[in-house]
Design a protein around this ligand. Sequence first.
Ligand SMILES: Cc1cc2nc3c(=O)[nH]c(=O)nc-3n(C[C@H](O)[C@H](O)[C@H](O)COP(=O)(O)OP(=O)(O)OC[C@H]3O[C@@H](n4cnc5c(N)ncnc54)[C@H](O)[C@@H]3O)c2cc1C
Length: 354
Amino acid sequence: MGDGTVIGFPGGSARGGIPRVAVIGAGLSGLACAERLIGRGWPVTVFDKGRAPGGRMATRRADAGGGAEDAGPRFDHGAQYFTARDPRFRGRVDGWVAQGVAAPWTGRIVRIGKDGNVEESPGERFVGTPGMTAPARLLARSVAPRSGVRVAEVIPGDDGWRLRDEAGRDLGSYGRVAVAVPSPQAVPLLAEAPDLAAAAADAVMAGCWSVMARFPQPLGPDYDGAFVTDSPLSWIARDSSKPGRDAGGGETWVLHGSPEWSQRHIEDDPAEVIARLTAAFRELAGIGPAEADHLAAHRWRFSIPVRGLDRECLYDPERGLGACGDWCLGGRVEGAFLSGLALADRILADAGPV
Ligand SMILES: Cc1cc2nc3c(=O)[nH]c(=O)nc-3n(C[C@H](O)[C@H](O)[C@H](O)COP(=O)(O)OP(=O)(O)OC[C@H]3O[C@@H](n4cnc5c(N)ncnc54)[C@H](O)[C@@H]3O)c2cc1C
């Protein structure tokens, strides 16, 4: 197909039936896309390289030392919260709240300016409960993603597309493929549709270092989250102020390096990153001598798009290949969800009545 050959699926059907669909990525966009298609009776297989669904809507449990996974504090080290402005996403979020997997975060959020002045940053914000992965886990119940499978190749086959993993193992044959991974990871998977690969390559995603810190005592700041300028940090949050979190009498904080700082230090040693970002936090928040009893860092090579496409999704009906994700639309959780729905709708519309 790199030579421009096109695989046709007349009427959207493969062998007279509904085509099998592969969705690569079980973040919110892939899950939303898969759920929509499954709801219409389409056979869908979702692959994700991670251990659990959710992607960048991530929660990490720190092992407190006892070895049990549930023993330590928990941190949202990826997405911090989400907004719900579009009625379609708002309806879904209301459902999540009713089902106990999301709740409003009513913490005090501020902006700290260059000169240290503090301005309120009001707004309606939601979080997953008890962690950011919870909504994705709920969605995954109806989608049943295959975790721990990294798709390495999407190549033309007799019945449409064949997928292979890193070891060259065959992952099956599909009439439609939806690529729902960050844009730099999407580019090689879209290689057989050069126009789509070129569009994905146009999106730019920034890295982000995320530091997770637990303090045994409450700390001073009278805000729960702050957007920060003129600092190695761009965001700090008292994670334990979110609903459903328990820091055992202390406080958990998540500190995000700014896109510029993170990119400059992306290959640094995590211990060095922890030292630099906690020092910046100390200075900014004036937390005095308080010592953290847990510190960890996570490197996101692709965190948020600094240049998105401003398109709902990418889809080539001739090839039956498409892509969705926050880098197509909106750059955030809400955009990822809507992009996944948009791709499912394109696939359904293209198939006509099946
Ligand atoms: C540090 C950070 C802070 C953020 N803060 C916010 C915020 O406050 N508010 C907000 O709304 N958004 C925030 N975001 C962005 C938000 O997390 C994303 O917009 C959203 O989660 C993207 O969903 P997605 O489905 O597009 O991609 P992802 O969540 O990245 O899902 C992609 C999935 O694909 C899988 N994958 C990748 N390659 C392969 C492969 N080859 N084979 C199989 N599986 C693969 C990955 O494991 C992953 O699960 C933040 C993100 C980060 C990292």
